[in-house]
Ligand binder design. Sequence first.
Ligand code: NAD
Ligand code: DAU
Length: 332
Amino acid sequence: MTRLLVTGGAGFIGSNFVHHVIRNTDYSVTVLDALTYAGNIASLDGLPMDRFAFVHGSIGDAELVDSLVAAADAVVHFAAETHNDNSLSDPSPFLTTNLLGTFTLLETCRRRNVRFHHVSTDEVFGDLALDDADRFTETTPYNPSSPYSSTKAGSDLLVRAWVRSFGLDATISNCSNNYGPFQHVEKFIPRQVTNVLSGIRPKLYGDGLNVRDWIHADDHSSAVLAVLEHGRSGETYLIGADGERSNKDVIEWVLELLGHPRDAYDHVADRPGHDRRYAIDPTKLRDELGWRPRFVDFEAGLAATIQWYQDNRTWWEPTKDATELRYAAQSR
Ligand code: NAD
Ligand code: DAU
């Protein structure tokens, strides 16, 4: 049995990944998570205790990280500060966790000679014009826009340097926007869904023509597992599921699926430096590893996700008011 150490496993994608691994492999999983505002231990409910353990702590705690890496066959690194709007209000934790935290993990994996997979984002490439025929590939130059994306870009470069300079056995994946269960209500889709369920009008930044390339978190999980198991050491793989939609289209779908008029939302102040469009070309992942997404109908996946938020109010309601207060302070 393979022993995985999963950092950030109480967050959105990390928790989806842990459920995916437990369902689809015989691996054991230890989660290391600091339970910041973004972590929720309830997202890990129901896992079999003979194959799963939770450790509350930070990836910046070198002693703790060393003891956990020593007992692992591979590390899958999700832990990060992840929200662009927060990175504009206060970049400081983004530098600490995304850069220094990743550095601590890399040094430990190097010393312990443990396989490392780094989970990253398409935002490291900056953005595309709406009418650009190209999509991001593994060779697109890095050009991040925000404090969040620049710290993720920096962490990717640290991984590449540890591969080349020290021969670390590592891979990187850069994925597009995820949706699905267990996503924090600060993020676009859960914010709009829980706004409607709370009697608040959805909020669209700027003109809303910005495009995101949506993928279900379970498809991201299967892709990360494929790279972990079959990816070539030192390589980068882009993960995407051909899910480009404008924010305006998504917000109107959310309203329609919840039985409200499609125009029952407000335009609010745009995000400073707001990236226009992300789009992933997943050819390498598909051709080399044979990976395919399962959720190919975005509108059906969105409807199931909306249903999950309707069925799991106790999961998100405790965080809703504080999140909206943070947005109100930013006039968004
Ligand atoms: P999230 O914000 O939902 O969860 C992050 C988790 O990391 C939380 O559980 C939090 O408690 C934990 N954490 C934060 N700082 C920590 C620290 N110092 N030590 C230990 N744990 C810490 O994030 P997410 O959306 O699930 O993203 C997970 C990873 O996937 C990130 O690396 C992100 O950059 C990447 N990613 C996200 C998306 C997306 O659409 N959400 C897309 C591509 C890549
Ligand atoms: O592309 C991958 C990235 O996707 C990840 O690396 C990030 O961690 C993740 O947060 C996400 O970044 P975005 O900035 O694209 O996601 P967010 O959910 O914050 O916003 C999605 C789009 O919706 C973006 O164009 C901004 C817009 N938006 C967002 C919110 C919260 C709105 O129009 N209204 C809103 O209320």
